[in-house]
Design a protein around this ligand. Structure first.
Ligand SMILES: *Cc1c(COP(=O)(O)O)cnc(C)c1O
Length: 392
């Protein structure tokens, strides 16, 4: 071997006896083949085989298999974000003339995708009341191919009766998809409650450290995997093995992080719930939060993400009062180690239902900080709202 060939060649090393707990990062665009026949027949390697870096490496497959196992599905696909997971799940199944019915409390970019892109492609887009299977029953028809759920709903936290929704969908020949980002498969199993497809924003609690974007789509049976795999291939969608390794690393501490963030959130919800400026706490574990009874029936636990509805006279001061916070950061993508808060408008994102009360819901995603520092922040926020109200 001449030197220039040696320089571009990877030497074989002994891997015998090397057994690590962490996942290896396999980077590859191209996959090479032992002989001409292996190359010629690469298309027949099936969903588990390797043929091109875009379609998976052992690193991305490891994450996919872990999700498949935890969701109780048949196959998982990784995409570049949670939003991409929702968009591609819908895109791979819907054709011009089909209808999609979407929960009125969906993640707002999903609504935007449906209203803009699905509508442009000739898909009829409708919405249903997340709390009323009867409302869905009244809207669904034979053209409805997909019912899109998210439980609990973004910001306003309505928990679906997913088994009831799935029964209605099945009767009309529609598939059911469910965005499970809030609960993660640790706390809810949509496929076991009637869904055919489940998506996760791995960006949030599963990766858990606010430094990577990724999403997953898991299907209940292989018949749904094939159209999805082909659509993703044609759109050229794949994820980096480095990012997959980051998600896998964060994933291992999901259960302890979830437990701590929920415990912190519980303490903060108690302080907020006692204050006169607060009208309602929206979190499935809270009595009176929409779908609380169904959460108790179907879920295995909760995350530390909740919404706060302030009394109307306090609500107008809530956003500006965030400036007093010292530990809780202002930001959207919850699920990391740090606590976040973001004022979320609601009314503009409702079309099948009416949101009663102030437009603003303050969404908290609680992290792993010392509870004393978080409590000091929440108390300072409430004091600032009081101060602004009495200064008026
Ligand atoms: C954040 C979020 C997403 C999107 O995840 P990204 O990876 O940020 O695109 C989807 N669904 C829900 C419920 C979310 O909270």
């Amino acid at each position: 071997m001449k030197i220039n060939t040696a320089i571009v060649s990877t030497p074989d090393v002994n891997t015998e006896g090397f057994k690590a707990l962490g996942v290896a990062v396999h980077r590859a665009s191209t996959i090479v083949f032992d002989d001409a026949d292996a190359y010629a027949t690469r298309g027949q390697r099936g969903p588990e085989g390797y043929s091109y870096g875009l379609y998976g490496t052992p690193t991305t497959r490891t994450l996919e298999h872990k999700l498949t196992l935890l969701e109780g599905g048949a196959r998982t696909f990784l995409v570049s974000s949670g939003q991409a997971a929702n968009a591609f799940a819908a895109l791979s199944l819907l054709s011009a003339g089909d209808r999609i019915l979407i929960t009125d409390a969906c993640y707002p970019p999903m609504r935007d995708f449906a209203d803009q892109d699905l509508a442009r492609l000739g898909v009829e887009v409708g919405y249903f009341d997340p709390l009323s299977p009867a409302d869905l029953e009244g809207r669904i028809d034979g053209r409805t191919r997909l019912v899109w759920c998210e439980s609990p709903g973004s910001t306003t936290m309505e928990v679906h009766d997913l088994p009831a929704i799935a029964a209605i969908a099945k009767r009309h020949g529609a598939l059911v998809g469910c965005d499970n980002t809030w609960a993660t498969p640790l706390n809810f199993k949509p496929l076991a409650h009637g869904a055919d497809i489940v998506t996760e924003g791995l960006t949030k609690a599963i990766s858990g450290h606010s430094d990577v974007l990724m999403g997953s789509i898991t299907v209940k049976d292989m018949a749904l995997a094939e159209p999805l795999r082909r659509t993703l291939g044609r759109f050229g969608v794949g994820v980096s093995p480095d990012d997959a390794a980051l998600v896998l690393r964060g994933f291992e501490t999901l259960a302890v992080r979830m437990r701590q963030s929920r415990e912190n959130a519980d303490a903060l919800m108690a302080i907020l719930g006692r204050h006169k400026a607060v009208a309602r706490i929206l979190h499935p574990s809270v009595e009176g939060s929409p779908g609380h009874e169904i959460w108790k029936r179907d879920f295995l636990g909760a995350s530390g993400v909740f919404g706060v509805v302030f009394a109307p006279d306090a609500s107008v001061h809530a956003a500006a009062s965030l400036d007093v916070l010292e530990t809780i950061a202002i930001g959207a993508s919850w699920g990391g180690t740090r606590s976040l808060v973001a004022p979320m408008p609601v009314k503009a994102f409702r079309s099948a239902t009416r949101w009663e009360g102030p437009d603003l819901v303050m969404r908290f995603g609680i992290g792993l900080e010392a509870i004393e520092d978080l409590e000091a922040d929440v108390s300072a926020l409430l004091a600032e709202i009081d101060r602004r109200m009495s200064a008026q």
